[in-house]
Ligand binder design. Structure first.
Ligand SMILES: Cc1cc2nc3c(=O)[nH]c(=O)nc-3n(C[C@H](O)[C@H](O)[C@H](O)COP(=O)(O)OP(=O)(O)OC[C@H]3O[C@@H](n4cnc5c(N)ncnc54)[C@H](O)[C@@H]3O)c2cc1C
Length: 470
C-alpha cells in the first residue's frame, strides 16, 4: 500500500475530519510543549474509540507506517512528537474522552485513555472520591499519557506514581489486537504483569486505550506550612520528624532553595513570601486528615514543634486559611515559571535514595562550580519522593545560548554523580528521544538487553514510537 492509498483507507475508516494532513492543521501536534523541536508527519489520525484505534494500527502495519501515540502533548522529553523524517503518523487519543464507569464501592474508575486528568479528578469527586494524581499540566495531559510516562506530581509521597494508581489496562497491541485487561482487582497473581509492561513504556510497546484507576476517600481537611532551615540535611531531618509524627497524613513535602525563592520574588513580586529571606532552604509541607481541620492542624503543630525543638527548623509559618494555603503552594508552583522567565537553563529531573540527597547536593554543587564557575543552581523538588529538579543556570552575565553549549558537559557532571549515588537520570518525565543516549550510557548492558528483548517480542516491526526510549 502506498502513502496515498494508506491515507485513503484511514479516511474511509475515521472520516475525513479525523485524518489531518495539512501542514498548518498538523502543526500543534508536531511541536513539543517547550517549543524545542518540531517534527514532521504523514498525517495526524484521530480515532474515536478502541475499535478504531485497533483498525488504524492494522492499516499502519499493512503499510509499515510508524506510529507516534499522543495524548495531551505535554510531555517534556520529546516522546509525543514524531522525528523529522515525515514517515510516521501521530495517533492522537484526544477524541477518546469517556469516563466509562465510577465504582465508588470498589473505589475504582474506568476511563478512556484520552480523558484529561482534571476531568478524571472531577469525575471521582462527583462520586465523593479522590483520584489523587495531580500535576501542573492536569488541565491538558491525559490519563493515557500519565500512564505511559508513569507520571508523578505532588501526591506521590502519600499515593504513589501513576503506576500505583492503576489496576487494569486496555491496550491495542502493535499488531492491532485489543488486550482487555480492565480488571478492578487489587490482587491478581496470574502470571506476568502485562499492565506493568505498558505503564511507563512511552508508547513504544502498544497504545493504551482505557484504564481502571484507583480511587481514595476524600480527605476532610488539609493544612499547609512553610518551614525554613539551614541546609538540605536539616530538611531531611524535618522530613523524618514529620513522617514519624504524621505517618500517612503527610501528603506533601517539597524542597525549595533560597535561590528558587528569590527567583519567584524577582519575577512574581505580588506573591507574598511569609518567611524572611536569609535562610538557605525552605520546605513546603502538607498534611491531610480524614477527621477535621483541627485534627490536621494539631498534628502539624505538634510535629513542627518537635522539629523546632531539635533544631531542624529555624522558622515556620502555618497557613490559617485556604487562601493562605493556596499562597504557599503558589510559591512552589511558580518556581518553574520564574526560572523560565529568567532564561533558559540546563534541566535535570533526577531521583535519589532520600537518605543520599543532602550528600548529593553538597558533593555535586562544588563540582559544578569548579567546572562552570559562577553557575547558578535552581534546586527544588519533591523531597519526600527523593526527586529533585536540579537545574543549572548560567553565571550572571553569560548569555543563555552560550551556556547551553555546555549542556552535555553539565549533564555529565550531574548524571555521573546521580549514578554514583545509585539514583535515576529520569525521575518523572521519562526518556523519550531527549534522554535516549543518556539511558544507554547509564543502564547496564543486561538491563538494556532485557528491555530490547521485550521491545522486539512485542513490536517486531519496530513501528511503535520508533527512536524513543531505546
Ligand atoms: C507544566 C507541566 C508540568 C508538568 N509536571 C509534571 C509533574 O509534576 N510530574 C510528571 O511526572 N510530569 C509532569 N509533566 C510532564 C507531562 O505532563 C506528563 O509526562 C504527562 O503525564 C504527559 O501526558 P500527556 O497526555 O500530555 O502525554 P503526551 O505528552 O501526549 O505523551 C507522553 C508520552 O506518552 C506516550 N503516550 C501518550 N498517550 C499514550 C497512549 N494512550 N498510549 C501509549 N502511549 C501514549 C507518547 O507517545 C509519549 O511518549 C509536566 C508537564 C508540563 C508541561
Amino acid at each position: 500500500m502506498d502513502n496515498s492509498a494508506f491515507l485513503g483507507a484511514c479516511r474511509a475508516l475515521l472520516g475525513d475530519a479525523h485524518v489531518i494532513s495539512g501542514e498548518a492543521d498538523m502543526a500543534p501536534f508536531l511541536r513539543d510543549w517547550r517549543g524545542r523541536f518540531t517534527g514532521r508527519a504523514l498525517a495526524v489520525l484521530r480515532p474515536a474509540d478502541t475499535e478504531q484505534v485497533a483498525a488504524t494500527v492494522k492499516l499502519c502495519v499493512a503499510a509499515r507506517i510508524p506510529i507516534v501515540p499522543q495524548g495531551g502533548n505535554t510531555g517534556l522529553v520529546l516522546g509525543s512528537v514524531p522525528d523529522a523524517s515525515g514517515s510516521a503518523v501521530v495517533l492522537s487519543l484526544a477524541r477518546m474522552q469517556k469516563v466509562r464507569q465510577v465504582d465508588a464501592v470498589n473505589r475504582t474508575m474506568t476511563v478512556d485513555a484520552g480523558v484529561i486528568l482534571q476531568r478524571a479528578q472531577e469525575a471521582a469527586a462527583e462520586q465523593g472520591c479522590l483520584f489523587p494524581l495531580s500535576l501542573a499540566a492536569e488541565g491538558s495531559c491525559t490519563i493515557g499519557g500519565n500512564l505511559s510516562t508513569n507520571a508523578g506530581g505532588t501526591g506521590v509521597l502519600r499515593y504513589g506514581n501513576t503506576r500505583e494508581l492503576c489496576l487494569g489496562l486496555e491496550v491495542v497491541t502493535p499488531q492491532g489486537e485489543v488486550w482487555s485487561g480492565l480488571r478492578g482487582l487489587r490482587k491478581d497473581n496470574t502470571g506476568y504483569d502485562l499492565r506493568d509492561l505498558f505503564i511507563g513504556a512511552e508508547g513504544t510497546l502498544g497504545i493504551i486505550t482505557g484504564a481502571v484507576l484507583k480511587l481514595y476517600p476524600q480527605p476532610k481537611a488539609s493544612v499547609t506550612a512553610l518551614a525554613a532551615m539551614e541546609s538540605p540535611a536539616a530538611a531531611l531531618r524535618l522530613l523524618s520528624v514529620m513522617q514519624d509524627h504524621c505517618g500517612a497524613s503527610l501528603t506533601g513535602f517539597e524542597l525549595m532553595s533560597a535561590f528558587c525563592m528569590r527567583l519567584v520574588a524577582k519575577h512574581f513580586p505580588a506573591l507574598p513570601q511569609p518567611l524572611a529571606d536569609g535562610h538557605a532552604q525552605y520546605a513546603l509541607l502538607e498534611l491531610s486528615s480524614s477527621e477535621s481541620e483541627a485534627h490536621a492542624a494539631a498534628l502539624l503543630e505538634r510535629a513542627l514543634g518537635a522539629a523546632l525543638g531539635e533544631g531542624a527548623v529555624q522558622d515556620a509559618v502555618v497557613a490559617s486559611s485556604a487562601a493562605q494555603s493556596r499562597g504557599l503552594w503558589d510559591l512552589r508552583e511558580h518556581i518553574p515559571l520564574a526560572q523560565a522567565a529568567d532564561g533558559k537553563n540546563i534541566k535535570h529531573d533526577i531521583s535519589l535514595p532520600v537518605s543520599s540527597i543532602a550528600d548529593f547536593i553538597a558533593g555535586t554543587e562544588p563540582q559544578l562550580q569548579a567546572a562552570f564557575p559562577g553557575c547558578q543552581l535552581v534546586c527544588f523538588g519533591h523531597l519526600g519522593d527523593g526527586n529533585l529538579h536540579f537545574n543549572v543556570a548560567p553565571p550572571a552575565g553569560v548569555a543563555n545560548e552560550d551556556f547551553l553549549h555546555s549542556q552535555e558537559a553539565v549533564n555529565r557532571v550531574v548524571h555521573d554523580a546521580v549514578a554514583a549515588y545509585g539514583g535515576s537520570i529520569s525521575a518523572e518525565h521519562g526518556i523519550g528521544a531527549l534522554k535516549r543516549d543518556e539511558l544507554a550510557r547509564y543502564k547496564s548492558p543486561v538491563e538494556l538487553n532485557l528491555m530490547r528483548a521485550i521491545k522486539a517480542a512485542l513490536d517486531p516491526l519496530g513501528l511503535m514510537n520508533p527512536g524513543k526510549v531505546l
